[in-house]
Design a protein around this ligand. Structure first.
Ligand SMILES: [Fe+2]
Length: 400
């Protein structure tokens, strides 16, 4: 891409009145700025500089510039960051926090990656940083649960092990919180979730990422990951019995058909039962290189089908309730033919969450992004169905 791209990244010193900023790319200092809109005067640029902004992404198609003012790109442009907020408007409450949550998610992923690299290299491992991040994740789940869940839903196709572990951790924290478990337990469950599949580092890639059905022999190798997870964590300082349980038992099933120990009924504790539900939910909703993930509602059906035999029926029902009819991160079709992304659950009226309208389904084009509270008096739009973003070629990650 060259500077002729519609969304180049420029240094703030190259910013001119008339340019339309779609996002802040880098900045100095602690203060988080998440503004976008048309820059109408030099004063606004000076204010951005004063607040430590270093580089911004501009949308030339929405800028009101003469050709000679076209900026030099300093970065490769990526996907547009949709926003309709004008530069002059105050930032909506919580936007800075979302940035913080995104950073927390990123940090957790990085620490997890580091942990795995150290393990693979046979270097000494220390769970202290991961434990700290798990604690922060639980705290964030209490203050901004929906934003965390949104990140869990919008995932990358690569690095499945890490994404899956992150999501199991977040989903366990969310579920445990819904069940009223104590914070200390939630932290253990979260860290247990982050580490539950760590034994997969011992599973050969050919088996781990095989697109088709596994042979009996390959499946036996795959099942071994649970034993490896248990053994690795057992030998790790700071791992509690609850964390170990999540790692060792998440593939056990109520009727004894699970592995590795074929535990049955009462032998499966609450944490084991929770882990089994959450692990399956995330695995079937995940997009993999070789298969498309299911929509949450389909995943709920799988869980309900397996209730009693595989999963605790009461817990499945409660899990579905805690995720909501339209889980955060789900794309829905509204009655006015708009597609919107579910951003926040509404516990009182679950059919009316807060959504972000992004696309016109009938006319097949993007819309200016708009937050819409379906429960707000006077709002007549309702949700008609959930929609697969792939059917419209929409990448949800660009809208979170
Ligand atoms: Fe597993």
């Amino acid at each position: 891409m060259t500077s002729a791209s519609p969304h180049p990244v420029i240094t703030v010193s190259n910013l001119k009145p008339g340019m339309f900023v779609v996002g802040i790319i880098s900045q100095r200092g602690e203060m988080e700025i998440a503004q976008s809109g048309l820059v109408s005067n030099e004063r606004q640029i000076a204010a951005l500089v004063a607040r430590g902004v270093l580089r911004v992404r501009v949308d030339l198609s929405r800028s009101q510039l003469s050709q000679d003012k076209a900026p030099e790109a300093t970065d490769k442009p990526g996907a547009p960051i949709p926003s309709m907020r004008a530069m002059q408007e105050p930032r909506v409450q919580g936007e800075g926090r979302e940035l913080k949550i995104r950073r927390l998610y990123q940090e957790a992923r990085e620490l997890q990656g580091k942990f795995i690299r150290h393990l693979k290299a046979g270097e000494p491992i220390d769970i202290t940083p991961l434990a700290a991040v798990a604690e922060e994740m639980v705290d964030t789940m209490f203050s901004h649960g929906d934003a965390m869940l949104c990140l869990a839903r919008i995932r990358a196709k690569d690095a499945y092990l890490m994404e899956h572990s992150m999501n199991v951790a977040i989903l366990l924290a969310n579920f445990g919180r819904y069940l009223g478990l104590e914070r200390n337990v939630l932290k253990e469950l979260t860290l247990g979730g982050l580490l539950h599949d760590v034994g997969k580092i011992m599973t050969p890639d050919a088996v781990l990422n095989k697109p088709g059905k596994l042979t009996d022999e390959e499946f036996a190798i795959m099942r071994e990951h649970v034993v490896h997870s248990h053994d690795i964590l057992k030998a790790t300082t700071g791992i509690t019995p609850t964390m170990l349980e999540v790692a060792a038992n998440h593939h056990e099933r109520l009727d004894g058909s699970g592995y590795p120990r074929s535990l049955q009924g009462e032998q499966l504790s609450l944490y084991t039962r929770m882990s089994a539900i959450v692990d399956v939910y995330d695995a079937v909703t995940a997009d993999r290189v070789y298969k498309q993930g299911m929509q949450p509602t389909q995943a709920f059906r799988i869980l309900l089908k397996g209730a009693v035999t595989h999963f605790d029926e009461g817990l499945v029902t409660r899990f579905i309730k805690c995720m909501g009819v339209y889980p955060v991160g789900t794309l829905v079709l509204l009655s006015n033919q708009r597609l919107a992304l579910v951003m926040q659950r509404n516990e009182l009226t679950p059919l009316k969450p807060l959504v972000k309208v992004i696309y016109h389904a009938a006319q097949r084009h993007y819309l200016e992004v708009q937050l819409l509270d379906l429960a707000k008096p006077g709002v007549s739009e309702t949700i008609e169905s959930t929609v697969d973003p792939k059917d419209y070629g929409i990448t949800l990650a660009n809208f979170v």
